[in-house]
Design a protein around this ligand. Sequence first.
Ligand SMILES: Cc1cc2nc3c(=O)[nH]c(=O)nc-3n(C[C@H](O)[C@H](O)[C@H](O)COP(=O)(O)OP(=O)(O)OC[C@H]3O[C@@H](n4cnc5c(N)ncnc54)[C@H](O)[C@@H]3O)c2cc1C
Length: 609
Amino acid sequence: MNEHDVIVIGAGGAGLRAAIEAHEEGADVALVSKLHPVRSHTGAAEGGINAALHEEDSWELHAYDTMKGSDYLGDAPAIDAFAKEAPDEVIQLEHWGMPFSREEDGTVSQRPFGGLSHPRTTYAGAETGHHLLHTMYEQVVKRGIEVYEEWYVTRLAVTDHDNPDNRECYGCVGYDIKTGEVAGFYGSDGVILATGGLGQAFDHTTNAVANTGDGPAMAYRAGAPMEDMEFVQFHPTSLPSTGVLISEGVRGEGGILYNDEEERFMFEYGYANNEGELASRDVVSRAELTQINEGKGIEDEYVHLDMRHLGEERIVDRLENILHLAEDFEGVDGLSEPMPVKPGQHYQMGGVEVDEYGHTCINGLYTVGESACYSLHGSNRLGGNALPELLVFGARAGRHAAGGDVEQSQIPTGPSAKSENGDVDPPVDPGAVKNGGDPVAADGGAVAAPKQILDRAIETEEERIETLLERDGINHADVRETVQQTMTENVNVFREESNLKQALRDIREARAQYQNVGVSDPSRTYNTDLIHTIETRNVIDCAEAIALSALAREEFRGAHWRKQHQERKDDEWLKHTLLAWSDGNPELYYKPVILEGHDQTYEPKDRSY
Ligand SMILES: Cc1cc2nc3c(=O)[nH]c(=O)nc-3n(C[C@H](O)[C@H](O)[C@H](O)COP(=O)(O)OP(=O)(O)OC[C@H]3O[C@@H](n4cnc5c(N)ncnc54)[C@H](O)[C@@H]3O)c2cc1C
């Protein structure tokens, strides 16, 4: 058993920032990650990091833009803390040596991004995430923080008190991808989940293959609810063939979208008369798909993003990476041709329900980064707000877990935060398949001494892995494909009740099939078939939570468009969707949105760009 004060699961931007801060507070910290830290998906971030640095800008404006972008489904305490602390985090990065792009006078450059009232996106060329990861990994190495790389965490060690509010998390179980060893990681002060996105629940996504929603699914099964899962961001500019992202930085620098009649449709059809291409992402994605559905797409599939007029010097200086992506994946020269783009799944606004310190309702369990929902992005995230989020809340969670000084949280979590029961009528039962030997059973051990709980979790995982390796079952890839296809077809930008129900039926079918998966490769060394099989269970749980929450929310807010419910209904729906696993019987309930923060109160308004 590996023992530390704080265990951080995941070594992307959020995990690295949390680990550094916990270490600053004097804790013995360890990072456990299925990938080498600098291979984490944060490295793919291109566009930049929002922070109100300029004297004409202010944190209040950044907070307002974030609340408006969220379509008033963000919680003010989280939004205010975020906007206030983001500038210090960027300055801290600068001091750690992050190679930000700069102006002639040496100041850090900031460019416009969608939905921002001021150019406040700092960046390092079009490779911001890559430099961010390297800068923070250097700090981890410098501090001697222990990194267990290529260890895949399969389960949390959590007590099984009936009420999740009373549960405790003592660590996790990991599988060494290099050797096949199963071992425990004991965190006496806390466990911080930082496992990133869940894009693999869809088949057209900007996310990497490793983004399988492991953290949210493990926390959910251990008793921490998932929040606002219906809100999925579809980025307007992904490459049609692969889903690879073309950064919003292209539109930030002045890139223009055209349909097949060479009309600048964002203005021509009044989708966003003021901001045009730089409207919020949900607005631009809907506009593109409307054009495509009305027969104005190119090859009925995509639209064009044109940056030729920016000139070679500016493109090479600020967007060189984009040229390589367009050339390598579409065979298009961005200097002389427009690039094909269409909406693709990009970011999960929902995640594990946490307060503004990343703490879940389970004592000692934190979640940060894309796997968490602090109610910061609400129903739509603004471009450039995820990276400062993982810095601000990574640091907050690291400090909290290590026992640093923090104020009382204003955001309640767990079943005691419930204000209203949910009402949804799925066409099939969601949750665990109770046909015996169900591997999608509740996590957690009996209430016992902390290390016994971890020991029991280790035994359970050893048995599970043995079974998967020995069973002559079906391949996980077929199950995963069913889920990905139905999510892309039925739970996309435009949502209809019948489609959402179809997705739930397909996911149920996949869940039933998953009971019979087996791993054909018996090896214990770099057995990716085994890892992907375990991940697929998490993909199923996340996909189902998205589809079920989407079916329940009968309004149109932010990224969540419903054909039969074409308006935002503040009287009824100014509330967060919570889904609790409840030992395999998902329970839907709600809690109110908090529009009153420490410093300002927000009034829902019409949202136009
Ligand atoms: C292509 C792309 C471009 C983007 N560009 C921007 C941008 O310019 N600006 C912006 O603000 N946002 C951007 N975003 C969003 C932002 O980059 C992500 O939300 C953010 O980087 C996620 O960071 P993270 O630390 O939460 O997760 P990740 O960086 O994905 O890290 C997850 C970590 O968890 C580990 N892990 C996962 N599961 C397990 C497990 N079971 N056991 C052990 N370890 C595990 C992985 O090894 C990895 O280390 C972009 C997103 C994409 C996809």
